[in-house]
Design a protein around this ligand. Structure first.
Ligand code: GLN
Length: 202
């Protein structure tokens, strides 16, 4: 994906955020601040006009239902197969996973991970933790978890980028696909968004 900085002839990256439900506005703001052209994606045809896509946090059942109703899933699978970078945060990570035991609604099912919803239990529905992220300079990342999922199993081509002290996997990458259990868009630390923008250029 062309960079916003760098070659003056290149246009800014057009990065979509699936705006069906959840905290898409925070992602759009961060992307805009980083110089990307941030697109609120509401129609499947828009998937053809973007260089990369973020699926925000929210409620994965609702996102799944709406994505099916508005016929997003076939087009999204097509774009993923063509190598478009896609990042799912929290409910977005659930939406990307191929295996979500007991999930009642359709999901994109494009990433070779098994994800357990609401896996941190009721007593710690929400918490924050400083985590080390593989390949990310600048010290630990302050991660916000809200009724977060755990990534329980990963396929052969999936790299684990971050775990909690107890070993729970909370950030993974599989080629052009990125999934995080937490919400980088809710903090002012934009290193994950920059990492994602760079994925399209690598
Ligand atoms: N618990 C939500 C779900 O299962 C995800 C929460 C979030 O995105 N913050 O969809």
């Amino acid at each position: 994906m062309p960079s916003a900085a760098g070659d003056p002839k290149s246009r800014p990256a057009r990065v979509g955020v699936l705006g069906l439900q959840g905290d898409f506005a925070e992602h759009l703001r961060t992307l805009t601040r980083l110089g990307a052209e941030a697109i609120d994606v509401r129609r499947p045809e828009q998937l053809d006009e973007i260089d990369a896509l973020i699926i925000p946090g929210g409620e994965s059942t609702t996102i799944g239902k709406l994505a099916e109703r508005y016929a997003f899933i076939p087009k999204l699978r097509e774009r993923v197969a063509a190598g478009m970078p896609v990042w799912g945060t929290c409910a977005g990570a659930i939406f990307l996973a191929k295996d979500v035991p007991g999930h009642p609604h359709p999901l994109a099912a494009v990433m070779d991970i098994t994800v357990e919803r609401n896996a941190f239990g009721r007593q710690i529905d929400s918490f924050e933790a400083d985590i080390d992220v593989r390949g990310m300079g600048g010290g630990p990342f302050h991660a916000v978890f809200i009724r977060a999922p755990k990534i329980r199993a990963t396929g052969r081509d999936v790299d684990v980028l971050a775990t909690l002290p107890d070993g729970a996997v909370v950030a993974v990458r599989e080629g052009a696909l990125l999934a995080t259990s937490f919400h980088p868009e809710l903090t002012s630390d934009d290193r994950f968004h920059r990492y994602f923008l760079a994925m399209g250029r690598r």
